[in-house]
Design a protein around this ligand. Sequence first.
Ligand code: BG6
Length: 481
Amino acid sequence: MTTFPKDFYWGGATAANQCEGAWDEDGKGVSTADHMTNGSHRVPRRFTAEFKPDLYYPSHKAIDHYHHYEEDIALFAEMGFKMYRMSIAWTRIFPNGDDEKPNQAGIDHYRKVFKTCKKHGIEPLVTISHYELPYHLTEKYNGWASRDLVDFYFNYCKVIFTEYKGLVKYWLTFNEINIMTMSFGGVFAGGMRSSDSAFDFTVKETSENRAVRFQALHHQFVASAKAVKLAHEIDQENKVGCMIAGLMSYPYTCDPQDVLLAQQKNEFGNFLCGDVQVRGEYPAFANRFFKENNIVLIWAEDDYQTLQAGKVDFYSFSYYASSCVSHDPKVNEASGNMMMGIPNPYLKASDWGWTLDATGLRVYLNMVYSRYQIPLMVVENGLGAVDKVEEDGSIHDSYRIDYLREHVKTMGEAILDGVELIAYTTWGCIDLVSAGTGEMKKRYGFIYVDNDDEGNGTMKRYKKDSFAWYKKVIASNGTQL
Ligand code: BG6
């Protein structure tokens, strides 16, 4: 017996800058993501203000989904997808971000993509801003640090909500907006200026940077709320969600100090953004944080009303792994200050050091649902791994099937717990460029793409073993795992 509702949205997810390529075609402008080089697990990606001929910028080619979308969506349909989460590249619609008129070729492109989805009975779920914005907005306005971006984003939303009315019903305003609470979030998620630099995820910040970043986050909250209201006005059928990186922190020990730290991490990392977008106001603990860090947010007169009027319809999040936190400096030092936290002695980890923790997904689902009681979507989940293509073109990715199976099981349990879960779109349903490392070899897909870390390959698509497995999962609505 399945625990998944009969109209459950099974599917997969991608992001424009990680899959489209065609970075300068059909009038597209340059985005912040186009300035990021490739890297690896050990070597950070770099952000360069000028393009350097000896460096490789993976978004420029990616997997060329821009030209392969029909073939790719047909493959998703073959697996039985009910939903395809994708993002629109803002630079295809407004190449500079502050242009007076939108780029017709960009509008036409996504119309074709959405029509293709509809033809196959797939519901698009569209991320309006996924880790990129027109680079011109970075150069001229310092990205989201400027309140002007609220208006530019609003104009962009107006165009896409109007143009795709009737084709797209589900929208996400910002991908993993809570990354802005972290030191590296300003450049990555806020499009804020950076000199040529290595992209260090563990970077320490100054109090000044932090204040600017939280102001930028506030601007994103306001922009998101305005978008929600506008979406509802343009089409009553529209449903708009927030998208939060599901960062699950565990106490490293049962020392109350560790427990407290884990609670604070979960609140600060997840609920600060969740509360503003779901409840329309900052949580109480945020005030203490702002006060103690000398952060004085600048509010426009009507910001409070705007946030209240723009509460999201559903809560979506990504979930990959959990991490441990400790108040003990010695434990922290021994872990080497890893981005993914202190290794958990009870869990194994992927080749990239991400823990394999399906139970954490159930904990997270329950934690969030008991706080908000609105429909939830898991819009990213998956295993980044190296895949080997056999001579006959087959790819035996049993490790990926194992990972996904365990997560589907815990989602089923969470539904039994009473959680209203309506969608599951696995990350990188087709191999794409890794956001964190810029690699191709960190693959997540059911579909293999012949392309390597330097952009060499035929771009030919191959079905992995997980392709047939996921097809069966969807056809049986989660009973045949
Ligand atoms: C999420 C992002 O954080 O994780 C995606 O929304 C990203 O864009 C995904 O690709 C997986 O991370 P990575 O670094 O393995 O690509």
